[in-house]
Design a protein around this ligand. Structure first.
Ligand code: SAM
Ligand code: SF4
Length: 333
């Protein structure tokens, strides 16, 4: 194997998140505006190009690959890409192939995903109330997501629920969600809302429910046991002694995770973001499409050599600092 990818701060890069589309069948209010303009399809990497870039990363030591978007399961022909990645699972080059999805289409895909070697999926769900679900996702329907979760579990996929913590929206459902996940043997991770994209009328600061507060409220009812495990990502985990389930906290606005960051993100247009919270990126498309451009492996190595130390998000002075103009659906959450 070639020398693995190590960034300037001696962090190994072995985790790739791939956004396979910027499109979605939902319009979650913290993620997209109602009238999103999506990229023309010709700007997207083809499924073959996605395979080429992902395989190059795997050749350079990437061991974990998470497919995201937009909503990955609305990309036409996406199973072709999953099947292509499954060959790396079979060879042992790739240890884990996972998916982050809104769950709306999952009932159609879960059996095939499990059959090709996927073990776990993350499903985003912010409320268990049908009316509130329709409100926050604008276009989503809760029963479709529940059907997707049922199908995933029936296929043997381990499900983790991701919920964005939103002040005044799902604060009152904290314990309901914890108990519902426990009853279905699902882990649960809360995400602090991040300043991504221009949300139109939504006021990001008023939505911000610090996970410190959420955690304190959780501790009023449960005994929280800190878990040392780290995914090299922004999540910290506790185990609830009473239910045995794992609860995660993704606090991207604190700097507690940059030191161990092991990941980079590929957009659906072939740009590589070395940090979710920075604008610097490397366009890998020329290496795929132009004969005179540097070989793909060289372009990837040059990009990793520019991976920054950390991000600049900051809510601390009651103003949104380090705000990113791009939407989460572009870089892939
Ligand atoms: N459509 C898929 C889904 O919803 O799971 C995958 C893409 S979505 C961008 C990935 C994750 O990012 C979701 O869990 C979503 O809740 C989260 N997300 C989107 N916008 C966010 C924001 N502004 N702050 C925090 N999390 C956000
Ligand atoms: Fe779509 Fe996921 Fe963004 Fe919601 S969070 S609009 S489901 S990409």
């Amino acid at each position: 194997m070639e020398a693995p990818l190590i960034d300037p701060f001696q962090r190994p890069v072995n985790y790739l998140r791939v956004s396979v589309t910027d499109r979605c069948d939902f319009r979650c209010s913290y993620c997209m505006s109602e009238d999103m303009t999506f990229l023309p399809k010709r700007q997207l990497l083809t499924l073959e190009e996605l395979d080429t870039v992902s395989s190059a990363f795997i050749g350079l030591g990437v061991r974990k690959l998470r497919v995201t978007g937009g909503e990955p399961l609305v990309r036409r022909g996406i199973m072709t890409y999953f099947e292509a990645m499954a060959r790396h699972l079979e060879s042992g080059a790739l240890q884990e192939l996972t998916l982050t999805t809104n769950g709306s289409q999952l009932h159609r895909f879960a059996p095939d995903l499990a059959a090709l070697g996927m073990r776990r999926v993350n499903i985003s769900l912010d409320t268990l109330n049908e009316t509130k679900f329709a409100e926050i996702t604008r276009w989503g329907r809760l029963p479709n997501v529940i059907r997707g979760i049922d199908a995933a579990q029936a296929a043997g996929l381990r499900v983790k629920i991701n919920a964005v913590a939103l002040k005044g929206f799902n604060e009152d459902e904290l314990f309901d969600m914890v108990e519902w996940c426990a009853s279905r043997d699902m882990d649960l991770t809360f995400i602090e809302v991040m300043p991504m994209g221009d949300m139109g009328e939504e006021d990001r600061l008023s939505q911000y429910w610090p996970l410190k507060e959420l955690r304190a409220r959780l501790a009023e009812r449960y005994s929280l046991i800190d878990l040392a495990e780290s995914t090299g990502g922004p999540a910290r985990y506790v185990r609830l002694d009473e239910t045995g389930q794992k609860v995660g906290f993704i606090t991207p606005l604190t700097h507690n995770f940059c030191e161990s960051c092991n990941r980079v993100r590929l957009t659906c247009t072939g740009e590589l973001y070395m940090c979710l919270g920075q604008e610097d990126r490397a366009d890998l498309r020329p290496s795929l499409r132009e004969p005179t451009a540097p070989p793909l492996e060289d372009a990837i190595r040059a990009a990793i050599a520019r991976k920054p130390k950390g991000h600049d998000f900051d809510y601390s002075r009651q103003e949104i600092g380090g705000q990113m103009p791009r939407h989460m659906s572009h870089t892939g959450g």
